[in-house]
Design a protein around this ligand. Sequence first.
Ligand code: NAP
Length: 281
Amino acid sequence: MAAIWIDGKNLAAKIKEWVRAEGAALVRRPGLAVIIVGEDPASRVYVNSKRRDCEECGFYSEEYALPDSVVQGELLELIGELNSRTDIDGILVQLPLPKRLNEGEILLAIDPSKDVDCFHPVNVGKLTIGQPVFQPCTPGGVMEMLEEYHIDPAGKRCVVLGRSNIVGKPMALLLLHAHGTVTVCHSKTPDLAAIAAEADILVSAVGKTGLVTADMVKDGAVVIDVAMNRNSEGKLCGDVCFAQVAEKASYITPVPGGVGPMTRAMLMKNTLTAAKLHQGL
Ligand code: NAP
């Protein structure tokens, strides 16, 4: 059986269209400020695409491209200014930051009501107790995909590969809140292949090309590939050996065109949520 491809590109476009319509109905259009430090080419690509997404959604956007030499105090001062601005609903600091900066302190400085990445401990806490203000963008995007394809995690065995704060942990929480039975695997998990093979819904967020082979996938499983790796030819790919796994899975996300566009759409949705919040809606 060949799996159905979950089309993240198409769903992301639908979400952005909805966000644009909702945003246009507000008294003041949503505003997003993006801060980028240094010249990392991958970060630059992400920031450019966020600017395009804002244009598509009719949002106001500002970009702060700071030199690699910026000091902690300057960054905190900028965040403080953006926190007090009424035309800015969301503040996003593009990660990773240079190692010498204290990332934790910087994320903590963002007003939780403007934390559209959902990284602030207040928002992580609210997410943990099942009262989220914002959906963490990548895992939230995965949940939207499951819903769109009528895949209900309730009662299913869900296995998440990876336990990062950005993807693995919040992914596990969202699946748990959706009543899945969730196992999280990481680099110290023995016999990862056997655990993965029990999954009805398998989410891979590790960042290792070729990690998930067909023998690690149960017949008819739903396979979500979050990873964005480069293969030996420099082409974008995920963790999953797509061709062989697609023969066994019932649903599968391609890379590119799967989770990636959904992450971007969820950022727009969160900025809209923040704008509504700031406008008392
Ligand atoms: P990360 O912070 O590096 O975390 C990777 C996780 O994988 C860690 O928990 C690590 O375990 C685990 N791991 C490493 N090697 C493993 C192995 N051999 N077996 C099992 N687990 C292993 O990465 P991340 O930020 O979560 O991102 C993961 C991937 O998703 C990357 O490819 C990234 O580019 C991609 N990503 C995509 C999107 C999107 O929009 N599609 C968004 C964010 C990230 P330990 O905790 O034990 O070290």
